[in-house]
Ligand binder design. Structure first.
Ligand SMILES: Nc1ncnc2c1ncn2[C@@H]1O[C@H](COP(=O)(O)OP(=O)(O)OP(=O)(O)O)[C@@H](O)[C@H]1O
Ligand SMILES: [Mg+2]
Length: 269
């Protein structure tokens, strides 16, 4: 049994008059210990798929088995519980508390875990900050840390409940390329040393290339799912080219119409 089994998962946002089909039937399975990048143009459904996989959002239809448990029909509370046990999240803007020490930021999710003493929380936070290379920054507040360091604190926080899966929606979106590499090295290390399943949404091809498998989304559909980054980028570029072609065709049509209307004005005159 795979860690994640999605079957024909659809997500429709109902905005009254319009319905947005953000996912139009996603089927995939992910084994424990995989390292996956989700790529695709803006609006293609990457965050929607990520939020579904992360049990933050419930699909409109289809089946999603996480470790053999059906998430789609689960209550909100049950879903939240599973999420806390199995999934760690890292966000583009780090989401750390201001004026709060790195150590306390990392401890925070453990406050909601029963049976963990203050001393155990502290011990775990220190151990994880050491793991991400910040053993010498335990008392630093967010404002006293670089972007890359803040993201590493966020990674430590995401790991505090020993999740099977670590997810990030554009986790390097606010970082320069050197710092991005630092953070990506950390994801790779966690994948290799702790067998944590990594799923990242990214616009950065260098980061996608670093993954073992790339899933390409377009218009709410998975159009490519491959270990070959070249193939994945071709699928992405062919979309961008067809978009450009459409735009050019639209422009051509418009200029056609305007020249016709010019002609008719001339005719009228
Ligand atoms: N809460 C919502 N309500 C209505 N529509 C939504 C909602 N969230 C997303 N959408 C729509 O669903 C589609 C997919 O959005 P999604 O955020 O998954 O795209 P994305 O691939 O993550 O894009 P980006 O790269 O810009 O972050 C888009 O058309 C978006 O407008
Ligand atoms: Mg998004």
């Amino acid at each position: 049994m795979a860690l994640i089994e999605l079957k024909d998962v659809k997500k429709v946002y109902d905005l009254g008059e319009v319905k947005v089909h953000a996912l139009r039937g996603a089927t995939l399975s992910i084994e424990k210990g995989e390292y996956i990048a989700l790529i695709g143009p803006s609006g293609s459904g990457k965050s929607t798929l990520m939020n579904t996989l992360g049990c933050l959002d419930r699909p409109s239809s289809g089946s999603f088995l996480l470790d053999g448990q059906e998430i789609v029909t689960m209550s909100r509370d049950a879903r939240a519980k599973i999420r806390n046990q199995k999934i760690g999240f890292v966000f583009q803007n780090f989401n750390l508390l201001n004026r709060t020490a790195a150590m306390e930021n990392v401890e925070l999710p453990l406050l909601y875990t029963k049976g963990v003493s203050a001393r155990q929380r502290r011990k775990k936070a220190i151990e994880l900050l050491q793991l991400v290379g910040l053993g010498d920054r335990l008392d630093h507040h967010s404002g006293q840390l670089s972007g890359g360091q803040q993201q590493r604190v966020a990674i430590a926080r995401a790991l505090v409940n020993d999740p099977a899966i670590l997810m990030g929606d554009e986790p390097t979106g606010n970082l320069d390329s050197k710092t991005s590499r630092e953070v990506i090295t950390m994801f790779r290390k966690l994948n290799e040393e702790r067998n944590i399943t990594i799923i990242l949404v990214t616009h950065d091809q260098a980061i996608a290339k670093n993954a073992d498998r790339i899933i390409v989304l377009r218009d709410g559909l998975i159009v490519k799912d491959t270990a070959n980054s070249q193939e994945a980028f071709e699928a992405l570029n062919s979309f961008e080219l067809s978009e450009e072609a459409e735009e050019e065709a639209d422009l051509a049509k418009e200029s056609d119409q305007s020249s016709q209307s010019e002609n008719s004005e001339v005719a009228e005159a």
